[in-house]
Design a protein around this ligand. Structure first.
Ligand SMILES: [Zn+2]
Length: 376
């Protein structure tokens, strides 16, 4: 017999929702949630579909956060079965998005239905936020929805993202934050000339080296709770014409900072530029802010998640701030505590992406247990 969560995950995989195309996933889910008593608001922003479904009212506001889009499958021949035709083999469900994150989204919806059936008059607001632009540019997705929430005064207390976070077994890792990322492209200007006449040139390599050395050697901080120390890494350095008798006119450098909540992007930018200026460099710099860090300190959400995950994994979860980006970075600045809990991530973005049936079947129970702890 096909379970509810398996049937729904299959329905979602059948819809080839490559970013930013939602391919009808959200309409299917909104229909189900409406039947369960949720109020559904579709927010179409640019080419992106977003769904905001709520049940109840007032605080606290608990949001389940996910995405319906998937990354492209790559060549069909590389897959053992069609990536957009769900297939169960060897105790696993195969298909693009099975793990990232249509399995979690299906489990969210089944858990929400079960929870409101058992607690029709639960305290506070229970909500689901879905976007079809998580895997792409992430511009018209949760970033813009969060801006709209800020404008209309929509508060969020707790946010649970269903990204595949587990390492070997469901619930063995609880993500409680993530580092920020900031990139720079630096151009140091000099004056080109003959190496035999350095007095008639300005060598940008010589001018830049002490500043780059200082940037690379600097200790930014000693870490922050479970975060490692902030780190600056030079990733590209280029200057020179290829000839050994020419002082180049320009030096180009790229570097990236992975930073913990000691810092904001703005403060790091001004610290770096202060060093460049202190060395008297004539430079131009382009910054790209990839996302501020977020961190959920000890509190009711983390405590509830730790207890529930331990029950499912058989041991207390590792509490981590590692891993890649997620849309939680846009929700955290609204003042929300954010955690990420989802299935094992071993096959995500790969060919033959899959989720173990045992994990998929356990996910609605896990999410429902979290809702019970927080809103019942
Ligand atoms: Zn994902």
């Amino acid at each position: 017999m096909t379970s509810e969560v398996l049937a729904l995950a299959k329905e979602l995989i059948l819809r080839p929702s490559m970013t930013p195309d939602d391919a009808g996933c959200q309409a299917l889910l909104a229909e189900r949630l409406r039947r369960a008593g949720f109020t559904c608001e579709s927010m179409r922003l640019g080419a992106v579909d977003n769904l905001w479904a709520t049940h109840g009212g007032g605080g606290p506001v608990l949001v389940l956060l996910g995405h319906t889009d998937v990354v492209p499958p790559g060549p069909r021949e590389a897959w053992a079965s069609d990536p957009f035709v769900p297939e169960v083999r060897d105790g696993r469900l195969y298909g693009r998005g099975a793990a990232d994150m249509k399995g979690s989204v299906a489990a969210f919806v089944v858990a929400l239905e079960r929870f409101v059936a058992a607690h029709p008059a639960h305290p506070g607001t229970l909500a689901l936020l879905l976007t079809s632009d998580e895997e792409g540019d992430a511009i018209d997705g949760v970033r813009r929805v969060a801006a709209a929430f800020r404008e209309r005064g929509q508060r969020i207390d707790w946010c649970i993202t269903g990204e595949p976070s587990s390492k070997q077994a469901l619930g063995d890792l609880l993500r409680v934050g993530r580092r920020g990322t900031l990139s720079a492209t630096l151009t140091v200007h000099g004056v080109q000339g003959h190496v035999a006449y350095p007095d008639k040139a300005r060598n940008p390599i010589h001018l830049a080296l002490p500043a780059l050395g200082q940037l690379a050697a600097r200790t930014w901080d000693d870490g922050y709770e479970s975060f490692p120390p902030t780190s600056l890494q030079l990733s590209n350095v280029h200057a020179g014409t290829g000839a050994n008798n020419v002082i180049p006119g320009e030096l180009q450098v790229m570097f990236n900072l992975r930073y913990n909540p000691h810092w904001t992007a703005a403060r790091l930018e001004s610290e770096c530029e202060a060093i460049l200026r202190a060395h008297g460099l004539d430079y131009g710099i382009a910054w790209h802010r990839g996302g501020e860090p977020f961190h959920t300190p000890e509190g009711p959400l983390r405590a509830a998640a730790r207890e529930v995950l331990a029950r499912f994994a058989g041991a207390a979860p590792e509490e981590s701030t590692g891993g890649g980006t997620s849309d939680a970075r846009f929700i955290a600045p609204l003042g929300a505590q954010c955690i990420e809990v989802g299935p094992v991530n071993a096959s995500i973005h790969k060919v033959d992406e899959h989720v173990a049936l045992a994990e998929l079947e356990a996910l609605p129970d896990l999410y429902c247990a979290l809702l019970e702890r927080l809103l019942a």
